[in-house]
Design a protein around this ligand. Structure first.
Ligand code: ATP
Length: 515
């Protein structure tokens, strides 16, 4: 079994992770009984819990715990003018390479990066076409050398609204959540009485008709995003009151200058150093560090993360500067989160196209202004899901099974309850009582099948941080053993204290050694 070959030092491939996810019930290929649908996935019982956990943790730290943030939930289908104003109808395209012989199409940059191992960030259609020829790249399907650049392909999924099939009924599934934040900016700001600087956050589905979906959840056609538009007064974009908090915070950094000089190796830098060298604007640095801290705080490994600035030609049509938070995936450093400075591009566009006033009334100067989005942290839920799994996964040679060291706050099952023996009615009854009580508060699992060792192993693979066993002593002393997933240490805890002990462990108020 592929899982078994992976020790601490050797990382999983994306296919091995996909196999593991299916076997344990994290993620299934969509519609598999009908042959599957490329680019679509279904989350199973463990997967839905982990995914919900990620979204809840994100919302808590980005919205609930911040006075400068408020949330909204926009609709997936919006007026087509939204996507005209945003530039998506004209610009949301990928450059395709099409085979002149068999007609097979794929993303030109992907073919070049995979086969010629050449970085393609920022290259235009002509440059990509030249590389196809220079490296004599062949069609993956028929092997011909007639791969040529084709028309750009718009990634938005089209649909029709209502029974009419005329062009007036065409609409798009949103390719990002961001635009609904801009379209509702004025309403949200006024209703929530937000004062600049403030952010609007949204979590939800996005759809992109990717030319070549691949690498499991990394590039799918339906996915979720956790996005923020952070608005600042145009006169105050140069200073951020919160960035000092991160002065000594260190990040792996790859600037556009370093890339221009031909380097693809990042350098460790303090946030203060980046600011001193004017490599980045303070708000942008603040949000990159904030996001990095959130990810590492929940188990992502700092050595697998870096920030990379877009080179000039790579930036989207709306961005004045963009940094990607990248993760060292088994298939290379790739974008986990994009953080663009969108300036006032989107609000100005919606003002122009809709003719409506989306400005902000500044009470300090009694003037109307159009705020700037100094940072748009845009994080994919599904890519984050991959990161947390990759960094949690370990094949434990001693235990001879996989242990998923997922952060307790994200663990799909918080605690499992076992009777020591399944053929002793009194143990089963006592264990079920403990289970019934605990699951009112935590997502718990009851298991009486197989040896205790087997049951521990199943829960280690599911990432369950604590296993609780009811044994014969429990019947006399009203206590249970609680076993820690990571250390395999066991302690005895009174049943009446179990819930509060678990609460303390899961919230991080106490570690296992302290109970
Ligand atoms: P890429 O360059 O990898 O295509 P992008 O720059 O188009 O990504 P953004 O538009 O910045 O991506 O979207 C923000 C985030 O949404 C990404 O950082 C990623 O986490 C997620 N995301 C984007 N496209 C996909 C996809 N096809 N499948 C899964 N997640 C995605």
């Amino acid at each position: 079994m592929a899982d078994k070959q992976v020790g601490k030092e050797k990382r999983l491939t994306i296919d091995e992770l996909a196999t593991f996810c299916k076997r344990k019930g994290f993620v299934y290929p969509n519609s598999e009984i009908y042959g599957g649908m490329s680019g679509f996935f279904d989350y199973g019982p463990l997967g839905v819990e982990l995914k919900n956990g990620i979204k809840q943790e994100w919302w808590k730290s980005h919205v609930q715990q911040r006075a400068d943030m408020v949330g909204m939930d926009g609709s997936i289908i919006a007026h087509p003018k939204v996507w005209e104003a945003s530039g998506h109808v004209a610009n949301f395209t990928d450059i395709m390479a099409k085979c002149g012989k068999c007609g097979n199409s794929a993303r030109a940059d992907h073919i070049i990066e995979d086969k010629a191992k050449v970085a393609t960030a920022g290259l235009n259609a002509q440059q990509l076409g030249e590389l196809l020829v220079k490296h004599k790249l062949k069609c993956a399907r028929c092997g011909s050398d007639q791969l040529r650049i084709a028309q750009p392909f718009n990634l938005m999924f089209k649909t029709t609204i209502g029974p009419s099939e005329g062009s007036e009924s065409v609409a798009y599934l949103r390719p990002e959540t961001a635009q609904l934040i801009f379209a509702n900016f004025r309403l949200v700001q006024e209703n929530a009485r937000m004062k600049l600087p403030f952010g609007i956050a949204q979590v939800g589905k996005a759809f992109r008709n990717e030319i070549s979906p691949r690498d499991f959840l990394f590039r799918c056609r339906e996915f979720e995003q956790m996005e923020i538009e952070y608005f600042v007064h145009p006169n105050k974009i140069g200073s951020c009151p919160y960035v000092a908090e991160f002065g000594d915070y260190e990040l792996n950094v790859l600037t556009s200058d370093m890339q221009k000089k031909g380097s693809n190796d990042h350098k460790r830098m303090k946030v203060s150093e980046m600011l001193d060298k004017k490599t980045i604007l303070p708000w942008h640095a603040y949000w990159l560090a904030f996001e990095h801290r959130w990810l590492t705080g929940l188990g992502a490994k700092a050595e697998n993360l870096r920030i990379r600035q877009h080179v000039q030609t790579e930036k989207s049509h709306y961005a004045t500067d963009t940094w990607d938070l990248e993760y060292d995936f088994p298939f290379g450093w790739k974008e986990l989160e994009g953080i663009a400075n969108r300036s006032d591009f989107d609000l100005q566009q919606h003002i122009k196209v809709s003719g409506k006033d989306l400005s902000y009334f500044d009470p300090e100067t009694n003037t109307k202004i159009v705020p700037h989005v100094v940072a748009e942290p845009s994080l994919g839920v599904d890519r984050t899901f991959l990161v947390f799994l990759f960094d949690a996964y370990e094949y434990d040679v001693k235990r001879e099974n996989v242990v998923l060291h997922i952060h307790p706050r994200l663990a799909p099952i918080k605690a499992a309850v076992f009777p020591l023996l399944s053929n002793k009615d009194e143990l089963v009854a006592a264990a079920k009582k403990v289970y019934d009580e605990l699951r009112q508060e935590f997502n718990c699992f009851y298991d009486e099948n197989g040896s205790i060792g087997r049951r521990y192993a199943r829960m280690d693979e599911a990432g369950t941080p604590y296993c609780i066993t009811v044994d014969f002593d429990s019947l006399q002393k009203h206590d249970v053993t609680i076993r820690d997933r990571d250390s395999t240490q066991q302690k005895r805890v009174k049943i009446k204290e179990l819930s509060s002990v678990l609460q303390q462990l899961l919230s991080g108020k106490k570690n296992f050694g302290e109970i």
